[in-house]
Design a protein around this ligand. Structure first.
Ligand SMILES: Cc1cc2nc3c(=O)[nH]c(=O)nc-3n(C[C@H](O)[C@H](O)[C@H](O)COP(=O)(O)OP(=O)(O)OC[C@H]3O[C@@H](n4cnc5c(N)ncnc54)[C@H](O)[C@@H]3O)c2cc1C
Ligand code: SF4
Length: 528
């Protein structure tokens, strides 16, 4: 390997790739599993359908970068149009786009997954050294005060005054200049995405990474994947150019991301029939915004996005009868760039123009739901084999979203906002906290409220029963001897915090089982 991934222009004569392990996807899941396997001396290839864009190609321009960093140019939604799906499609995956907030999976969530869903080998004690290793390798540490932008400072003070439990966020950055372009891809390689961590580490250990190569179909011999067919993507058009490549490997790992792994698996011959739970139990941490208008300049798009977060409401609270009371989300200061801001301010009239004209004074808060386990969605394929993303927005989910919008509104007013606007079609606007009841009249239905989904999970749930789950606790697809899943598709529920560290930690576990299947062992971890 030459130090850079292979690309479309390198594929003039490529028709077959041989390896011990083939990994599909190069995000937190795929890159991590590839790195750990390469470190164990295993011959690994990574297929990535997106392009290879090193930091030297980043120009910090929001719309240019959307074409490189965001899948489908940041313009895709769930099937009924209710939710904006946001994820990356390039070498490094969504981590090139992410905010770098880094949370260990909470103990209560690991316990739930083990006690209720039968997950083994992913408990607190097994993951503790893995978390420590991930934190060391990604320079994860508490955000330093110098990186707080104005909104973060106002937010922290407001949270303290409200008496809510909050804390500085841990982030994965090293040598950050505070430019605020994290979502466009960090031009300084300071954000510790997979593009600058596990991908180059894996390549240095001999892994081969193929950009512009889309995995399509497995050939199965009974319950054994014998080979994979992939399409070469013409990067100039972002379309297959008609050429196919065959990948022969002993083991295959699907790590195509939460929106794509279930769809990819559903497209494989016989899998849905064998595994009826495939595509089900899907969640995506629906996220809503509350924009605040401030007297002073906020300049939301400078320094790191979220430096301080509210943990008070992470776990939903229910009364004795089981009725939802409040919470079930993380709440943080918002950071969106001007074009994305335009999306979240509905309408094209003078009222919308006024918010855009005063953009430097706009601040805000955002939160993402810990999806209610009884109100999860499903990924399906339509008659043409195209992905459909269905999410029901059930009654508890709606109540949680309203509570989240209220708390995001309260924190804005406490921080000094003179008015707060929600992202529904009417642009419901409050000029004082006394009007909080207006939020109850916001209809949560397709097309009415701008909801984003940055953290997909589920669809290939881990569990013990092949009728309701897709993989076992070794990440192996039930009934198959050489097919694994290593991304958030295996989560039984949402992790209740931002997922990247959980995805990476689970990928260490997956890599351990794949290495064992090849008669090898992962390099022992020394950090505790
Ligand atoms: C705006 C934003 C901010 C975020 N901020 C945070 C944060 O601060 N902290 C945090 O923990 N999480 C954050 N997240 C979420 C986090 O980035 C993702 O959950 C995580 O990076 C997903 O990793 P993954 O490996 O599961 O999938 P991905 O990173 O999506 O990787 C999957 C890869 O597979 C490729 N692929 C798909 N299908 C195929 C195929 N058929 N063949 C070949 N390749 C294929 C895709 O192109 C993609 O590159 C954020 C997400 C967004 C959108
Ligand atoms: S704020 Fe820091 S991590 Fe984000 S893009 Fe700028 S330099 Fe990179």
């Amino acid at each position: 390997m030459t130090g850079k991934p292979f690309e479309y222009t390198d594929y003039a004569t490529l028709d077959t790739i041989n390896a011990e392990v083939c990994v599909i996807g190069s995000g937190c899941g795929g890159a991590t599993v590839a790195y750990k396997l390469a470190e164990a001396g295993i011959d690994v290839v990574v297929l990535e359908k997106g392009g290879y864009y090193p930091a030297s190609t980043f120009d910090n321009r929001e719309l240019n970068q959307a074409g490189k960093v965001d899948a489908e140019r940041n313009l895709t939604s769930s099937t009924d149009g209710s939710t904006f799906l946001t994820y990356g499609e390039l070498v490094g995956g969504t981590s090139v786009h992410y905010w770098a907030d880094s949370y260990r999976t909470p103990d209560d969530r690991l316990a739930l997954w083990s006690d209720k869903y039968g997950m083994t080998g992913h408990g607190k004690s097994e993951l503790a050294p893995i978390f420590a290793d991930i934190e060391r390798r990604h320079h994860i540490h508490e955000v330093e005060p110098m990186y707080y932008n104005k909104m973060n400072k106002l937010f922290r003070t407001a949270v303290e005054q409200l008496g809510w439990q909050g804390a500085p966020i841990h982030h994965a950055r090293h040598g950050c200049a505070g430019s605020g372009h994290c979502m466009q891809g960090c031009a300084l390689n300071a954000k510790q995405s997979q593009l600058v961590t596990s991908i180059p580490s894996a390549m240095a250990l001999g892994a081969r990474v193929y950009a512009d190569l889309r995995a399509d179909r497995f050939t199965f011999d009974g319950k054994h994947a014998t080979q994979l067919t992939a399409s070469i993507i013409d990067r100039r058009r972002n379309r297959p150019d008609g050429r196919k490549v065959t990948i022969k490997a002993k083991h295959f790992v699907v790590a195509a991301g939460g929106f794509n792994t279930p769809a990819f698996m559903l497209a494989q011959p016989g899998l849905k029939e064998a595994l009826p739970g495939l595509g089900k139990h899907f969640g995506m941490n629906p996220a809503v915004f509350a924009h605040g208008m401030y007297k002073e300049e906020i300049i939301l798009w400078r320094r790191v996005p979220a430096a301080y977060g509210v943990e008070e409401f992470r776990r939903a609270r229910y009364d004795a009868s089981g009725k939802y009371v409040e919470g079930g989300y993380l709440l943080v200061p918002d950071q969106i760039q001007p074009a994305l801001m335009g999306y979240t301010i509905p309408g094209f009239d003078a009222g919308a123009a006024e918010w855009m004209a005063k953009l430097p004074n706009v601040g805000g808060a955002i939160g993402w739901l810990d999806d209610h386990p009884n109100e999860l969605g499903e990924i399906r394929l339509d008659s043409k084999g195209q992905r459909e993303v269905h999410y029901p927005y059930g009654p508890t989910t709606q109540a949680m979203l309203r509570d989240l919008m209220k708390k995001a509104t309260i924190v804005n007013f406490k921080a000094g906002a003179t008015k707060v606007m929600l992202s529904d079609l009417r642009r419901t606007t409050l000029t004082s906290i006394d009007q909080i009841g207006l939020i109850d009249s916001i209809e949560i239905k397709p097309g009415n409220l701008f909801i984003a989904a940055p953290h997909p999970f589920g669809g290939c749930r881990m569990g013990t029963d092949a009728r309701t789950s897709v993989t076992d606790s070794t990440h192996r697809v039930h009934g198959f001897d050489n097919l694994f899943v290593s991304d958030p598709s295996v989560f039984p529920t949402g992790p209740s915090v931002d997922p990247s560290v959980t995805i990476m930690a689970f990928s260490y576990v997956a890599a351990g089982h794949i290495a064992a299947a090849l008669g090898k062992q992962l390099t022992p971890l020394t950090a505790a």
